[in-house]
Every structure is written in structure tokens, then in C-alpha cells.
Design a protein around this ligand. Structure first.
Ligand SMILES: NC(=O)c1ccc[n+]([C@@H]2O[C@H](COP(=O)([O-])OP(=O)(O)OC[C@H]3O[C@@H](n4cnc5c(N)ncnc54)[C@H](OP(=O)(O)O)[C@@H]3O)[C@@H](O)[C@H]2O)c1
Length: 352
């Protein structure tokens, strides 16, 4: 089945990655429509040797769209998502708007594609750091049972969008030229610095990003009681997030077996040869689909467990690629067009 595809947020960091995956033949695209804010309306984006006009999302009519990729922020997803779903599209949403809605599947296809069955028009793409970490955690959980998860993240500037990447470059040039670095997107200058602050602070002292990592991990792994604790940190890297993980397991797991399990896992590449200076780093993960895992060793600080380091391109597996894989999984399961039943934007589940 060829698909009529819409991309909302087509001019952004994630939107541009989506377009390049579609251009590379990721899905059978019959037609493409691109949407962004009124700032970009009237411009165009290159696609397959031609151009596609960028339309103002405010005036969007989603009739005839089979799949709509949303990456324009949670507010826009809440505003336009139910509208697109009511028009018959399946919305694959990169924002946090619907992730914890019990009626919305939150899916990493290699981990929980079965959650797609019975979707009601909106499928959520998880938080990028959560995806990168869980790509390694989930296979180890299947092998030895996850009991607790502690993580420290090292998140790239592009996780905050296209303007954030530009800001890091500008700050770096300014400091190298002896000028003061100005911060507008980040809470403080990021160049030559690290910032332990991603998303707003919550009353318990954690940040939104740390809360997402906990809540979304529990939902994706179907482990509502999993003990998860996170410290999320922005680092002056342009692209690809890293996550240090300490996974407590129900059953003992040797480093050799953990390496074997990860090497066999879909979407995971093991790079773990410290003697040869081979370990995961953002420069290795950038532009790659699979996440890279290394520094794998037994960690018995809290009973049985393993620790490891993961690097993943958060614009690809953490966002655009995972979204495209969700569409592919829907297609493979015959879930286009949508199954009959209540829909977001119509009937009882409206009001998101
Ligand atoms: N960056 C990542 O690594 C990452 C990973 C996972 C999920 N996400 C999520 O994906 C979404 C997009 O992130 P991004 O990094 O691509 O951000 P970005 O580079 O800042 O791009 C934002 C996009 O949204 C559009 N937009 C902004 N305001 C709009 C409005 N009022 N109406 C319609 N479109 C509007 C922008 O269009 P204009 O060009 O017209 O302003 C642009 O296309 C966010 O929800 C983010 O949380 C991002």
C-alpha cells in the first residue's frame, strides 16, 4: 500500500531527518505534504529532485493523509493531533503530548511492537534518551529480568532542536574568539560546559527529562514497579546522546552473556574492546541506525546486575528512524488504514 504522508515540523531538526529517511525510500510514499509554523509557510523543502511547499499548520486539512509524522512540540501535537486522527490519519507523534495516555501506544518496535494493536489513531514515539537506553536495557531485561535501572545521560545539543545546535556553534566560536558566550535556548552557555538541567524542574527536584525516563521506561517495558533513577545532563556535543546505565537484574548475568545477548539484539551494535580503544562514543553513533553499547561489565553494587555505556543518534533512533519504523510495523501488521473503534478526536477519548 502506498501512503500519503504528512510531516508536521518539516523544517526542524527531527523533521529534516524524517524527510531524508523518506527520500531514501524508508516507506512507500505516494504523496508528501509538509507543515510548519507560519514563519516557514511559503518556503519549500527539497524532496526527490523537486520541492514540496511548506504549508501553515494552522490551516492544515489532513483529509486523505494516511500517516502524519508530528515533530513540532507538544503544544502543536495537542492542537493538531486529534484533528489529524479524526480526519483518518494515523499520527506518529514525536512530542511528549500523548506518551503517558493509557489509550496511546508508546512504542519502540524492537521492544514492544505488539502494543500497536488496537491503536486509536495516535501512536507516541518515546523520549529520545529513553529509546537509546532501552534499546540496550530491554534485551538484558528479557534475559535476566530488570529489577532496577540507574542512568546518567550525556545529551547532545541537537536534542533541543535546530536552534540549539546553532547556539552551541555560536557559543564555541565566541569563546574561541575571546567574546562572551550568549545563551538563549539553553539555561546557561553550553560550550566548554555541562548543564545538569534538561526540561523544567519538578517539585521533587527532578527534571521533566528525568521523569520521562522513569515513566516511559516503565510503560514501554510493561514494568510499572521498576525502580528507575536518572540524572540527565546536557553536554557540548552536537549530535548523539550517550547514557551510562546500571541495571539491577533478578538473575545473575555475566558480562560475556550480556555481550552475547546484546550482539544478537536487533538495532544494537556491540563495540566493547577497551584494549583497542573501542567503546561507544557520539562520533561513532552519529548517522547510524543501531545504538552502540560497550563498557559492559558485572555491577554488583546493588545485588546482581550489569553496567554499560550506550551511544545512539537521538535524531535517528531517538526520533525520526523510530517513527518511520513504527509506520513500517503498522504497515506490516495491516494496521493501515486504522482499525475500527473509538478514535482520538472523536467520541469518548477526545479532549487531548
Ligand atoms: N531533537 C531531538 O533530538 C528530538 C528527539 C525526540 C523528540 N523530539 C521532539 O520532536 C519535536 C521537534 O523537535 P526538533 O528538535 O525537531 O525541534 P526544532 O528543530 O526546533 O523544530 C521545530 C519544528 O516545529 C515547527 N513549529 C514550531 N512552532 C510551530 C507552530 N506554532 N506550528 C507549526 N509548526 C511549528 C518548526 O517550524 P518553523 O521552522 O516554522 O519554526 C519546526 O519545523 C519536539 O516535540 C521534540 O521534543 C526531538
Amino acid at each position: 500500500m502506498d501512503l500519503n504522508v504528512a510531516v508536521l515540523g518539516a523544517t526542524g531538526a527531527v523533521g529534516m531527518e524524517l524527510l531524508s529517511l523518506l527520500e531514501g525510500g524508508a516507506l512507500p510514499v505516494a504523496g508528501l505534504r509538509c507543515f510548519a509554523s507560519e514563519r516557514s509557510a511559503g518556503t519549500s523543502v527539497p524532496f526527490r529532485g523537486g520541492t514540496v511547499p511548506v504549508e501553515n499548520a494552522e490551516r492544515a486539512d489532513f483529509a486523505g493523509i494516511d500517516v502524519a509524522f508530528f515533530s513540532a512540540g507538544a503544544e502543536r501535537s495537542r492542537r493538531y493531533g486529534p484533528r489529524a486522527a479524526a480526519a483518518g490519519a494515523v499520527v506518529i507523534d514525536n512530542s511528549s503530548a500523548f506518551r503517558m495516555d493509557p489509550d496511546v501506544p508508546l512504542v519502540v518496535p524492537e521492544i514492544n511492537a505488539e502494543a500497536l494493536a488496537g491503536h486509536r489513531g495516535i501512536v507516541a514515539n518515546p523520549n529520545c534518551t529513553t529509546i537509546v537506553a532501552l534499546m540496550a536495557v530491554a534485551p538484558l531485561h528479557r534475559e535476566a529480568g530488570a529489577r532496577s535501572l540507574r542512568v546518567a545521560s550525556y545529551q547532545a545539543a541537537s536534542g533541543a532542536g535546530a536552534r540549539a545546535m546553532a547556539e552551541l556553534k555560536e557559543q564555541t566560536s565566541a569563546i574561541l574568539a575571546g567574546r562572551p558566550a550568549k545563551a538563549a535556548v539553553f539555561p546557561s552557555p553550553l560550550a566548554f560546559n555541562v548543564i545538569p538541567h534538561i526540561g523544567h524542574f519538578l517539585p521533587d527536584g527532578s527534571t521533566e527529562e528525568e521523569r520521562k525516563l522513569r515513566d516511559e521506561s516503565r510503560k514501554i517495558l510493561s514494568l510499572p514497579g521498576l525502580s528507575v533513577s536518572a540524572i540527565c545532563v546536557r553536554v557540548p556535543v552536537l549530535r548523539s546522546h550517550c547514557v551510562a546505565c546500571w541495571l539491577g537484574t533478578e538473575r545473575p548475568l555475566s558480562a560475556a552473556r550480556a555481550r552475547e545477548v546484546l550482539a544478537a539484539a536487533e538495532g544494537v551494535k556491540v563495540v566493547d574492546d577497551p584494549g583497542a580503544l573501542a567503546y561507544p562514543m557520539p562520533v561513532l553513533a552519529t548517522g547510524e541506525g543501531p545504538v552502540i553499547v560497550g563498557r559492559i561489565r558485572v555491577d554488583e553494587a546493588d545485588g546482581a546486575g550489569v553496567s554499560f555505556f550506550v551511544a545512539g543518534d537521538q535524531l535517528l533512533k531517538g526520533a525520526a528512524l523510530n517513527a518511520v519504523q513504527i509506520a513500517e510495523a503498522l504497515l506490516a501488521r495491516g494496521l493501515f488504514p486504522r482499525p475500527a473503534g473509538p478514535e482520538h478526536g472523536r467520541g469518548s477519548s477526545g479532549g487531548h
